[in-house]
Design a protein around this ligand. Structure first.
Ligand code: HEM
Length: 371
């Protein structure tokens, strides 16, 4: 009995069979090429891709080689996280066990303009990379707003287009944003909440929120929905528009660096636990104010340096870099963020040789004395 490969055994034989088989191989190859084309968005002009998102950032902000496509103006910081042990019952992540882990962070202003002047109402961000021994690291990017303006990548894209300068006037067309908000009532509601927030005097006394929901999973496998925030230990004082009005372009960053030079800055890492029915897939919606909160520990920041020589520059604060014990929720923004941050990282890393110095050009500043 002759042995034939199984895919041959059932097929036609002779020349006709060879042709059929070649045809089948061609069809498979065409199918594969088609799949790549589809994944690249070439066959589906309406499909949102990483490249389209990058193009929208470019239209909105111009070209700034070597910088992050969003949150472009920033400064690197380092410090540590000291766990309180209180979140360990909710999550088996190593960072919540006893002890300290090093942290590499970045404070930034939202928007893709690396030289924009600091203004009180511009969204501020804190990004953190927790580095426990063993490599189970955790990265998170948080903003000082209570909810996110949109709940999908498509809406983020459409909002970016609606806020981009009109090529004829060089300014955004208010009618476009009006039309976007008229068709996105959830964005209009979220922006109203964002406007009502208390804006503080600086980065050091801002609260930063994950906005996206995640899930904590404990050693027994129990999973709960969570959102987290870093809440300042520093006294909260209201913002003053004076430095911005006086033309002090970097006043928020300069204040932050001056404070770090004097003493370490601290934030409590507060975890809010969602209950049944709390939305986990919609970052425009707040959770009820009475949800249980756990104080997971303290983030201490004691060192600042320019991005140009800092440890945060080559970090992509991808929200899906999670240790075991923290999992993504069903929020569609998470995978969109992950994909877009990766493309932004690839572009800026490839442009590093063209990058001009960052706006915030501080040398190493260490709390209690320059290093
Ligand atoms: C809950 C919603 C979001 C939050 C809390 C958030 C927060 C942040 C933060 C904190 C950073 C700065 C990270 C750093 O300092 O390196 C950042 C960067 C960025 N964000 Fe978002 N973001 C959100 C949604 C989005 C969405 C929907 C998009 C677009 C689809 C987007 C695009 C970007 C890009 C391109 C960067 C630069 C990434 C890099 O080059 O490293 N973000 N975001």
């Amino acid at each position: 009995m002759s042995m034939k490969p199984f895919w041959f055994a059932a097929g036609p034989t002779g020349n006709a069979g060879v042709l059929v088989r070649l045809g089948a191989i061609g069809a498979v190859m065409l199918g594969a090429a088609g799949a790549f084309a589809y994944a690249g968005g070439w066959l589906s002009p309406a499909r949102l891709t990483q490249d389209k998102m990058m193009a929208a950032f470019k239209d909105a902000n111009g070209v700034h080689a070597g910088f992050r496509r969003n949150h472009a103006k920033g400064v690197c910081v380092t410090g540590w996280f000291e766990s309180s042990g209180q979140a360990a019952a909710l999550s088996k992540a190593q960072v919540f066990g006893p002890g300290r882990v090093p942290v590499v962070g970045r404070f930034a202003l939202a928007g893709g303009m690396p030289f924009q002047p600091d203004k009180p109402a511009t969204v501020r961000s804190m990004a953190l990379r927790f580095l426990p021994p063993g490599g189970e690291e955790w990265r998170t990017g948080m903003n000082n707003i209570p909810v996110f303006p949109v709940n999908s990548a498509r809406d983020f894209y459409d909002q970016l287009l609606a806020s981009s300068p009109d090529p004829r006037t060089g300014k955004p067309d208010p009618a476009k944003m009006k039309a976007f908000l008229a068709t996105h009532p959830e964005a209009a509601r979220a922006l109203a909440l964002i406007k009502q927030r208390q804006v503080t005097s600086g980065f050091a006394n801002s609260t930063f929120n994950s906005l996206d929901a995640f899930r904590f999973v404990n050693a027994a496998g129990a999973s709960v929905p969570v959102r987290w925030s870093t809440v300042p230990v520093q006294a909260v004082t209201a913002d003053s528009a004076e430095p911005a009005a006086a033309g002090d372009k970097n006043y928020l960053f300069d204040d932050l660096i001056a404070q770090i030079a004097q003493h370490p800055l601290q934030w409590r890492l507060i975890v809010t636990i969602g209950e049944a029915g709390d939305p986990t897939n919609d970052a425009t919606l707040p959770w009820p104010a009475d949800r249980r909160q756990v104080d997971a520990g303290t983030v201490t920041i004691d060192h600042a340096s320019s991005e140009d020589n800092g440890r945060c520059t080559d970090v992509n604060y991808d929200p899906l870099v999670l240790p075991s014990g923290i999992e993504p929720s069903d929020d569609p923004l998470l995978s969109a963020r992950s994909a877009v941050y990766a493309r932004s990282f690839t572009l800026r890393a490839g442009e590093a040789h063209e990058k001009p110095p960052s706006a915030v050009t501080v040398k190493d500043v260490q709390a209690g004395g320059n290093s």
